[in-house]
Design a protein. Structure first.
Length: 135
């Protein structure tokens, strides 16, 4: 059995499909595949759940919602991610959240007070994370 970086199960395949759809700015398809990945991850026994992949996929769900012009869905998807303690934050999550912050600074979100508030919360998370070494 091959594991580690060479393991490519259903969850990882779905997460990669979600990322590809995000690159194409197709929020509906990205959300579909990201949720599929989350279902597989969350079906694993609790000690085996890959928290980083789950949280990264939640960030992808948020990006998908922003592409669908649904800031409330994006904020909901980020709720658990933004509550992560600093020791659970890593470079992958930071990079993904930085992209969300960037999306929120552009039209149509740049003039939306709730979107600005979400962007400010992300910026605070990012600054707290950058104050300590990333793993």
């Amino acid at each position: 059995m091959t594991g580690g970086e060479f393991a490519f199960g259903d969850a990882r395949a779905a997460a990669c499909a979600a990322a590809a759809w995000l690159d194409l700015r197709n929020g509906a398809q990205a959300a579909r595949y990201a949720r599929e990945a989350l279902q597989v991850y969350e079906a694993l026994p609790s000690p085996r759940r890959p928290y980083s992949q789950i949280n990264g996929t939640q960030i992808d769900v948020a990006a998908a919602h922003l592409h669908m012009r649904d800031k409330d869905g994006a904020a909901d998807a980020l709720r658990t991610v933004l509550d992560l303690p600093p020791q659970k934050r890593n470079v992958s999550l930071t990079g993904r959240l930085s992209r969300i912050e960037h999306m929120l600074s552009q039209s149509p979100w740049d003039r939306d007070a709730d979107a600005r508030q979400l962007a400010e919360r992300i910026a605070a998370w990012l600054s707290e994370t950058s104050a300590r070494p990333l793993t």
